[in-house]
Design a protein around this ligand. Structure first.
Ligand code: SAH
Length: 395
């Protein structure tokens, strides 16, 4: 078995079961492993630490499949997949939706592999040379273990570049009747575009937060910034909002958002859609003295890594400051960050700074995060990326 022998002292993170080994920790590569192939990770005195996938072009040179000295083969992956799927269906969330994240990479002990189930369709994202090496086996196993027939691949995330992988999109198994398919969640329906949607098509991670918005929206004038295909918009209307203004820079996203309102027979006259830049529009609304009872801000990732945190912080502060100004007293701000480079404490500080500079008093009434189908392994805190605050403007 090819092996990576680590520098002295660099075994510590593996002993704590963190699955990554960075290139700088490797002393010596034994027997030329192939990209994505399996390697043993050995300490400087040649003790077995883990069995891992090899990524020769990435700074993250290896990702542990297992910390036990056992074979990494089809049966190994079957067990990992089975465990992940069983966990999902033991959660109450699975009763409220037909669409869940079944496999969440490192958190489920399968680094590089993301699998989302939308009704009868599985959407697979392979992000590393390791998951790429096993992709066909993983696709077979997914069908065997779920009893479903369709796997569509959306391996077009930018991070593949770091692994030296090209974007790959298309059918892996079965046939897709249409690129638009439906999901039902908390009794609401959504159309999802498998081919061009973000991530795997829908923000499954926001499921519980969508429901929360539904519960809070009654009688309110709502602004849904960065609305995408209307996840929060539809829920706000279903919750009895007086009006919802939904903003996104993408005309395609807005078209689907409008369809999703119609699909649920919600009052179209209460829904307004605006194509534009949230940063500019919030400024314009401030200059026009407009106001709202509830503002939802769920922007794209401003800082994928900690290196971009300062720039991201300015972006978050800007929109949240404007939102605080636009809120009526007693109004609610539901604000999110999905940037891995901005942790929950930093995000809270940014929002506090925004309230201060806006000259408003506000309280945090709730902390939000990603749903239970996006679990965070205790050994891999990097998996926690989504944080949200519900703030109440007192004055
Ligand atoms: N809240 C959505 C997900 C938002 S994803 C949901 O729960 O489904 C971020 C969205 O922001 C994308 O749809 C993208 O088109 C949009 N976007 C990115 N930058 C923007 C900007 N400056 N102004 C308006 N929309 C923007």
């Amino acid at each position: 078995m090819p092996a990576l022998i680590l520098k002295a002292g660099r075994e510590k993170s593996l002993l704590r079961r963190h699955p990554w080994i960075f290139s700088g920790a490797v002393q010596h590569v034994d027997q030329e492993p192939i990209p994505g192939g399996t390697v043993d990770l050995l300490s400087s005195n040649k003790q077995f630490l883990a069995r891992a996938s090899y990524s020769p072009t990435s700074q993250i040179r290896a990702r542990a499949w297992t910390f036990e000295d056992k074979p990494v083969d089809k049966e190994f992956f079957r067990k990992q997949i089975r465990k992940a799927i069983d966990a999902r269906y033991s959660l109450s969330d699975s009763r409220d939706t037909d669409s869940l994240r079944l496999i969440y990479a490192e958190s489920d002990g399968i680094p590089g592999l993301i699998v989302d189930r939308y009704g009868d369709v599985l959407i697979l994202q392979s992000l590393t040379t390791g998951s790429e090496f096993w992709k066909e086996t993983l696709a077979d196993l997914l069908l065997e273990e779920t009893g479903l027939a369709i796997v569509y691949e959306r391996s077009d995330a930018d991070v593949r570049e770091l692994e030296g992988l090209e974007p790959t999109v298309g059918l892996l198994r079965g046939t897709l009747p249409s690129f638009i398919f439906h999901l039902t969640e908390h009794n609401l329906k959504f159309n999802v575009n498998a081919q061009s949607g973000h991530k795997t098509g829908f923000y499954l991670d926001q499921r519980a937060n969508r429901l929360r918005v539904r519960q809070l929206a009654r009688g309110k004038d709502v602004l849904d910034g960065f609305c995408y295909t209307g996840g929060f918009t539809v829920n706000a209307l279903a919750g009895g909002a007086k009006s919802v203004l939904s903003i996104d820079s993408s005309a395609d996203a807005l078209a689907l958002a409008r369809q999703n309102v119609a699909l649920n027979d919600l009052p179209m006259e209460k829904a307004n859609f605006l194509e534009g830049d949230v940063f500019q529009l919030l400024r314009k609304f401030r200059d026009e003295n407009r106001s709202f009872d509830m503002i939802i801000l769920d922007p794209p990732k401003f800082a994928p890594t900690a290196a971009q945190a300062a720039r991201a912080a300015r972006g978050y502060k800007d929109i949240n400051l404007l939102a605080f100004k636009l809120l009526r007293p007693g109004g609610i701000l539901v604000t999110f960050s999905c940037s891995g480079g901005v942790d929950a404490m930093l995000f809270q500080k940014i929002i506090a700074g925004a309230a201060l500079d806006a000259g408003v008093e506000a309280q945090i009434i709730e902390h939000l995060s990603q749903g239970a189908d996006h679990p965070v392994s205790l050994h891999f805190p990097e998996a926690a990326y989504l944080k949200g605050l519900v703030c109440y403007k007192t004055a």
